[in-house]
Every structure is written in structure tokens, then in C-alpha cells.
Design a protein around this ligand. Structure first.
Ligand code: SF4
Length: 376
């Protein structure tokens, strides 16, 4: 059976954060219509994608899935399990924001079938949280993590953002030190990215805030890699660190170029080299699902070259490029032509070529984009 993953997009949020460019909607209208449409979409796709596939992970992302009533999400999980082969040990994750859940709701999520929780903490410093326009403070963030652990979530991720305007190394270290003392198994640490169309972008353009430069960003990134690895969180992707055995199975499916189905607004699916994506408009999505059973806005069929590039990029950004698997999939043409550059990068300490595996070093992770530009 082919291993695959399922993603479910819940676009609702209770406000828009200044840095966010995800598709999210600040309204409670249409929630039950939307969740009903997702169920229909799941059932419709089962006709094509239930045979020969075993689904090893389900990920509810957003938006803010934790704003939903647990029973609604339980119905969606049960629907997936009824129509697809989901492995008994499947990783089932819910993205959660502090301030949207109490202990009871967290317990209900466990009863609904979730066994992994990803908590959008972003910072443990109240001033930074205010700047990011998050609805929680430090105490609420810590409480949410402790509550999640106490109701039985063993596999907890927290998200952090570094290099905020004016953030000192001392403040960032405080965030990291607080994180590793908590009962978490996985940390995602991202640099603040200025995305077009966000409120933050307008603030920068208007001169109301200034981002720190890329050298400072690189310094903070290096500190992060060293600190987390030293504290038992092993880096397995540019921005992701986990205690051994707690790497996110769902994200690894993307990075290992496995197939995945995605449901909901703006959701992207990828199966056998074809990628398609849904309408992002909530109304259009619901209308199309109810009338046509699908809400595909567009699709692309990737060429061998595009797939090879994506495969190499995703593997190198994460835990390495397996040369045998690469050859099985794409032949040895690219490897032969890139080998002298790869060896040169190895001499510079940016990657290691070990037996069948090519993987980036810490120095390589920090120059990942430049390395990929050079070899692809
Ligand atoms: S809660 Fe998350 S998805 Fe929603 S607006 Fe904020 S950053 Fe975006």
C-alpha cells in the first residue's frame, strides 16, 4: 500500500494577526456549512483515492482549528476513517492557539481522536506577543501547554518566531530557555518573514516599524540551532527540531515527496505528480462542493524536471537526500552532473556526503537557499 497523508484546512480565526498571510477568515458565519462541505469533499474524493493508499497522518491546520467545537472535528476524523484506510497508529494533529482552549476542550480533542497538538505560542514575552497582535500572554501560553500535557497530549509542538523588530539575543534566548523547560517534544522556530499584503508590511512601508537585517537573522538562527540541538531537540529540517522519535510524520510526508490529499478552502493536494488546489473563497468553496462535489480552482501536472527539483530541494531542506531512492525515481543524470558541485560544497563544510545520503550541516542549513540555487 502506498503511504499518504491528509490535510484538513480550517480557515476561521478570531482576528487577523499583523504578520499573517495565510488564508484565514474572521467570522463565525458559515462554520457548520463549511464543515459539512468538507465532509462531502472527503467522501467524494474517496471514490478515487481510497484504494491502495494507507493514510499515516491527518493534520488539521488553519486558521485556528481549535476554535471549532471538538464534536465537529470528531465527525470529520470519523468520516475520514470510514472512507479511507487510516493506519491504527496514524498521527492526528490539531493546530491550536492559546486563548482558544481550556483544559476541558483539550480533553475533548483527545477524545475526538487527536494524538498530537501544535500550539501557536510564537513568544513567551508579553511585549512581543502584543506586537504580533496575538490574543494570549505568556502565562496563558504556558498554561495551555501544561494543560495539554496534563490531559494526555504526549506529543506537543510549539511554534516560535524569531528576529522580531527590536528583539535582542537575550529576549530570544529567554524564549528558547522557557520552551525547552516545558513538556514539549517538538519545536518549530521560524524567522519573521515580511509577506506582501500583511498589516506588518504596511507598518514597515509607513516607517512605523523596522525589521532587523539578514546578518542579525543569521546570527539568531545559528544560536537557535546550537541551543536546541544541545538541549536534545535534534534539527531535522531548516526550521524544525524534535526529540528523537517525535519528528512530525505529516510534515515528513511532504518533505519525502509522498502523496497527500487536502480538503477545504485553498487546500493543495499532490498525487502522482499532479497538484491541484481549491478555491480560497469560502462561499465559492461551499457552493462548488454542494453543486459539483469538488472545488478545484486549478491544477498542474509536474514535469520530470520539476519533480526532480522539488524532490531534491525538499530532501536537502530536511533530513537529507537518499541517493539510491533518487536514482530509483529519476535515474542518475542529475546526480552525475551535480556531483562535482556537491563535493565542492562538502569541502566548504556545507554538506556531508555519507554512503547513500547527502545532508546539510548546520552551516549548510543557514545557507540552504543559496546552496539550492547553486545545484538546481
Ligand atoms: S491565528 Fe494564525 S492563521 Fe489566524 S491570523 Fe493569526 S497567524 Fe494567521
Amino acid at each position: 500500500m502506498k503511504e499518504s497523508a491528509i490535510y484538513v484546512h480550517i480557515p476561521f480565526c478570531d482576528h487577523k494577526c499583523i504578520y499573517c498571510d495565510f488564508y484565514s477568515i474572521v467570522t463565525k458565519d458559515n462554520i457548520s456549512n463549511y464543515l459539512g462541505a468538507i465532509t462531502k469533499e472527503i467522501i467524494n474524493y474517496a471514490k478515487e483515492f481510497s484504494d491502495g493508499q494507507v493514510y499515516k497522518s491527518i493534520f488539521f491546520g488553519g486558521g485556528t482549528p481549535s476554535l471549532m467545537e471538538p464534536d465537529y472535528l470528531k465527525d470529520i476524523i470519523n468520516c475520514i476513517k470510514n472512507y479511507y484506510t487510516v493506519s491504527d497508529d496514524a498521527e492526528i494533529t490539531i493546530e491550536t492557539n492559546p486563548g482558544t482552549v481550556d483544559k476541558n476542550k483539550l480533553l475533548e480533542f483527545i477524545k475526538s481522536g487527536f494524538n498530537r497538538i501544535s500550539i501557536g505560542v510564537q513568544s513567551f514575552i508579553d511585549e512581543e506577543l502584543k506586537f504580533l497582535t496575538r490574543i494570549h500572554d505568556k502565562d496563558l501560553a504556558i498554561n495551555t501547554i501544561e494543560n495539554a500535557a496534563s490531559v494526555g497530549f504526549e506529543n506537543i509542538n510549539l511554534d516560535l518566531i524569531f528576529n522580531l523588530p527590536g528583539q535582542s539575543v537575550k529576549n530570544w534566548m529567554y524564549n528558547l530557555e522557557t520552551a525547552v523547560k516545558l513538556p514539549v517534544k517538538h519545536i518549530s522556530a521560524y524567522s519573521l518573514i515580511l509577506e506582501q499584503g500583511t498589516i506588518l508590511n504596511k507598518m514597515v512601508l509607513d516607517g512605523r516599524t523596522t525589521l532587523q537585517d539578514s546578518d542579525y537573522d543569521a546570527e539568531i538562527y545559528n544560536i537557535t540551532m546550537e541551543f536546541l540541538n544541545r538541549n536534545g531537540f535534534i534539527q531535522y529540517e531548516v526550521s524544525n527540531y524534535a526529540k528523537p522519535g517525535y519528528e512530525c510524520r505529516h510534515n515528513k510526508a511532504y518533505w519525502q515527496y509522498k502523496d497527500y490529499l487536502s480538503f477545504g478552502t485553498s487546500a493543495h493536494s499532490f498525487v502522482n505528480g499532479k497538484r491541484w488546489w481549491n478555491y480560497s473563497s469560502l462561499k465559492k468553496y461551499i457552493h462548488n462542493i454542494n453543486n459539483l462535489g469538488k472545488a478545484v480552482a486549478n491544477f498542474e501536472i509536474l514535469t520530470q524536471e520539476q519533480m526532480l527539483n522539488e524532490y531534491v530541494m525538499l530532501a536537502l531542506r530536511s533530513d537529507g537526500l537518499n541517493m539510491i531512492k533518487l536514482e530509483e525515481k529519476f535515474g542518475n543524470g542529475w546526480l552525475n552532473s551535480a556531483m562535482s558541485t556537491l563535493k565542492m560544497l562538502e569541502r566548504k563544510g556545507l554538506l556531508i556526503i555519507q554512503k547513500d545520503l547527502i545532508r546539510l550541516t548546520q552551516k549548510g542549513y543557514s545557507l540552504c537557499d543559496k546552496i539550492l540555487e547553486k545545484i538546481l
